[in-house]
Design a protein around this ligand. Structure first.
Ligand code: N2P
Length: 360
């Protein structure tokens, strides 16, 4: 099983682009762990990222009801928490860089995740990531990569795409391209395709990305992070930017689908369970997060979403189809998965401008 966790790049080893969260300026830890046995938890997570069966099991096990709303990108989540001052939800699921941005904006509760009884179940290399060096705010949920996939029954082997350069200049047999509604993933991929690094502030590189996206636009079919598994499985699109877990699920329905590890490199993301600063049901939220750190619960989420997690004991419980899928277990010689960094606010504003102009 070592291969499955090959993507468990030690997050702690990577430094963030804008420095660590200012510990002194954040709210203090919210006290010791108190297990709740009634009440509710409002979860706000990515589309299609939490099985109904697990919500049911959580209620049976703990007496706590779980209601779920969905978002399509870190920036949508951030906008929602900014608008409500961190209220409205008890647990939300930001990726790496967004944990740091939300903590910097005082939108997360410092609940000291190390005080959870099941914190011990988190694999060592998944503790103390660069975006939360003390595990004050977060525990890991799913991790994966952002690559692209194509249907090899529709695209000739001679035209088979292998790079982001190919993705942004697709063969005509690919038809309209699926694109994630995700400014960070799309712009980082476009930067890689021109040989630039994520988080660059170089005006000529950012202009080149803007130009590339402008020329790519006529080839785009749907820009959406929702229902990708259904659309690609049904053959509505033959090529698209996709997260590897979703690609795995498509491959279960359509075996001719191929997940590509682009030559220039790709993003390795880590999604997290965190508590917003305005959460109403904090004990219930902590009870939920602690419950999710049980291997059998996290494995149920993994087998549903197609993504692995950094929780000890989950690998053994993964389906054989996950363990044997190159979309989940990258080729052993592929060493270009890069942990997402937190760009400076100035660079984020530039990304947003490029993205808005691309979509308009
Ligand atoms: C899958 C959601 C994946 C989240 N539908 C990527 N951060």
């Amino acid at each position: 099983m070592a291969a499955v966790i090959a993507l468990a790049l030690p997050l702690a080893a990577c430094s963030g682009g804008v420095g660590a969260v200012d510990e002194a300026s954040t709210s203090s830890a919210s006290g010791k762990y108190v297990e709740a046995s009634s009440g509710e938890v409002h979860l706000y997570t990515w589309s299609d990222y939490f099985p109904d069966s697990l919500a049911k099991k959580f209620k049976e096990d703990t007496g706590i009801s779980l209601s779920i709303d969905y978002f399509d990108s870190n920036e949508t989540l951030q906008g929602k928490l900014q608008a409500t001052g961190g209220a409205g939800y008890d647990v939300v699921v930001p990726s790496d860089y967004m944990v740091q941005m939300l903590a910097d904006e005082h939108l997360l509760l410092n609940f000291d995740a190390t005080s959870l009884p099941n914190f011990k179940n988190i694999e060592t290399s998944f503790r103390k990531p660069y975006y939360d060096k003390k595990n004050a705010y977060s525990v890991p949920y799913m991790y994966g990569t952002t690559g692209f996939a194509y249907d090899s029954s529709k695209i000739d082997a001679a035209d088979a795409p292998t790079s982001w350069k190919d993705f942004f200049n697709p063969p005509s047999s690919a038809g309209p391209i699926q694109l994630l509604a995700d400014q960070t993933d799309v712009i980082n991929a476009a930067l890689r395709s021109i040989g630039a690094e994520p988080c660059t502030s170089d005006p000529s590189e950012l202009q080149a990305v803007q130009d590339l996206l402008t020329s790519f636009k006529s080839k785009v079919g749907v820009i959406s992070s929702d229902n990708i598994v259904d659309r690609l499985s049904a053959g509505e699109e033959a090529m698209g930017m996709i997260w590897n877990g979703d690609a795995h699920r498509v491959k279960e329905n359509l075996s001719s689908m191929v997940y590509v590890y682009p030559e220039e490199g790709l993003t390795r993301f880590e999604d997290n369970l965190v508590i917003p600063s305005g959460a109403k049901n904090v004990d219930q939220a902590k009870t939920f997060i602690n419950w999710m750190l049980e291997p059998e619960h996290m494995a149920e989420a993994s087998n549903y979403t197609g993504f692995n997690s950094g929780i000890t004991g989950v690998d053994e419980l993964l389906s054989d189809s996950m363990k044997n899928d190159p979309a989940i277990v990258p080729p052993s010689d592929y060493d270009k998965a890069e942990v997402v960094q937190t760009c400076s606010n100035d660079v984020v504003n530039k990304y947003t401008k490029i993205w808005e102009s691309f979509k308009s």
